[in-house]
Design a protein around this ligand. Structure first.
Ligand SMILES: [Zn+2]
Length: 461
């Protein structure tokens, strides 16, 4: 889904397109970004072979192998991909015709695809990726800076440098081999399968063996030091820090094993084979992102509220990554949950008074905004109210059902929708099922009510 498609979506909503005009490409059916992703197939696996020929210039050569299964008979299909020059595309080893326009890649195989018959698509390309620049969603995706390269962005990011079905509803496994000039280190999601030394280059091969949404792909090339920790049940925690900052950063992240143990108790088992954090020292980078199994942080975001940012991104591994949104409109299921996980960590480490103080701050944000966490627009997707009023919604639920049922609801939700997607209605139905209580009214006032309930409703005054 490209900026052009965002614009088309707005034009369609605003009635600026004639009814007969069909955009190039077809969305997966997201409620908020109706043209995001693509329908008619399901990707099982992406195998990326990426060579960074110049880190300074950000030049790449790539071979992307995609295993996908059509969900219906189709003569052609679409992938999301920015405008890098493509050398060739094959479908089951047969050359395919393709058209590449405004971020949508149409592929026409020699034979129509048959429903439920898997195919292998191989795309060879090279070039210099650019960030995706969107006035509503900011700059995202492939970024180069003096220290190297990284990829970050939500809801769109990966299409800046790889062809992909860019929506959380089509999750897939990944193997990503990155060849970089020495002495650079290449970091991505999951487990490092191998490090192969060549004369002037090194190939780092990473595997994400659990299904992953496209925006959760991380990739960085830089001069990194590895800081290893061990989590519960011998979970490997591999952190990559810019070498000059490694000592200072290792102190900020030292509680990660305890955090994983704490959240595993509250939310159920940690969902992936490995964890770790990646810190990128680009001075223009100002946020953190819950990239799957390896959270990505800017050095800027670690300047303040350090431990809660680390806790927030870790909690997303359960809520956001393992259980992902069905549509982007459900974003409070990610951000409200991760914000409330901060509240839980504060309560656990500093006690009830600290928790109440933090909840009061969240309440102030919630009451100073007209954004409804249950119904954000593209512009307000990451508004503070989505996070803070979303978190207060969970606190209201906790007070209503009691601690025992509340954490049972969270654990059941994490388990039932593991590696999958959930909508707000799924969570409400599950909360009612587990608690045996009618909760529609509670969710309605907290997620969609024009007025935030009074502070006394959640024990604040
Ligand atoms: Zn978040």
């Amino acid at each position: 889904m490209r900026r052009f498609l965002v614009l088309l979506a707005i034009m369609m909503v605003c009635g600026l397109l004639p009814a007969y005009a069909q955009p190039f490409g077809e969305g997966i059916g997201d409620l908020l970004l109706p043209l995001a992703g693509n329908r008619n197939y399901d990707v099982q696996h992406y195998d990326l072979d990426l060579t960074v020929t110049s880190v300074e210039a950000g030049n790449i050569e790539a071979v992307m192998t995609i295993g996908l299964t059509p969900t219906r008979d189709v003569a052609q299909f679409f992938l999301d991909f920015e405008m890098l020059p493509i050398a060739s595309i094959t479908v089951d080893a047969q050359p395919a015709v393709f058209h590449h326009l405004a971020g949508e890649l149409e592929i026409v195989p020699q034979q129509p695809l048959r429903a439920e018959q898997p195919v292998t698509v191989i795309i060879r390309y090279a070039g210099t990726p650019e960030p995706i620049s969107n006035p509503m969603l900011g700059s995202a995706g492939w970024q180069t800076f003096a220290g190297g390269i990284y990829v970050a962005g939500e809801p769109l990011s990966a299409t800046s440098f790889i062809p992909i079905n860019d929506h959380p509803r089509d999750k897939a496994t990944y193997e990503i081999a990155i060849t970089v000039p020495k002495p650079y280190v290449a970091v991505s999601n999951g487990v490092l399968l191998s490090t192969d030394e060549h004369d002037d280059t090194t190939t780092y091969t990473w595997q994400m063996a659990q299904p992953m949404a496209s925006y959760l792909l991380t990739l960085s090339v830089g001069r990194y030091s590895l800081y290893e920790q061990v989590g519960p049940d011998d979970l490997p925690i591999s952190n990559y820090f810019p070498t000059p900052l490694a000592d200072a950063l290792s102190r900020i992240f030292e509680n990660q094993p305890d955090m994983i143990a704490f959240y595993s108790e509250r939310f159920g088992p940690y969902p992936f084979d490995s964890f770790g954090s990646l810190v990128v020292a680009d001075p223009q980078f100002h946020y953190a992102l819950e990239t799957q199994s390896r959270s990505t942080f800017s050095t800027n975001i670690l300047q303040s509220g350090r431990e809660l940012v680390v806790a927030h991104e870790l909690a997303h591994q359960w809520f956001g990554d393992s259980v992902s949104v069905h549509s982007w409109r459900d974003i409070w299921l990610n951000e409200g949950f991760a914000r409330y996980a901060e509240v839980l960590w504060l309560e656990h480490t500093q006690g009830r008074a600290a928790m109440l103080g933090y909840l009061r701050r969240l309440y102030m944000t919630a009451t100073s905004s007209s954004v409804l966490p249950g119904n954000p627009t593209v512009n307000t997707l990451f508004s503070g109210a989505v996070y803070d009023r979303g978190a207060l919604t969970l606190h209201a639920l906790r007070l209503e059902v009691g601690d025992e049922l509340f954490f049972e609801i969270l654990r059941t939700y994490a388990e039932r929708f593991r590696y999958s997607n959930a909508a707000t209605t799924d969570f409400i139905a599950l909360a009612q099922e587990v608690s045996g209580m009618p909760l529609d009214a509670l969710f309605y006032v907290w997620l969609l009510g024009e007025t935030v309930p009074p502070p006394e409703a959640i024990g604040l005054r």
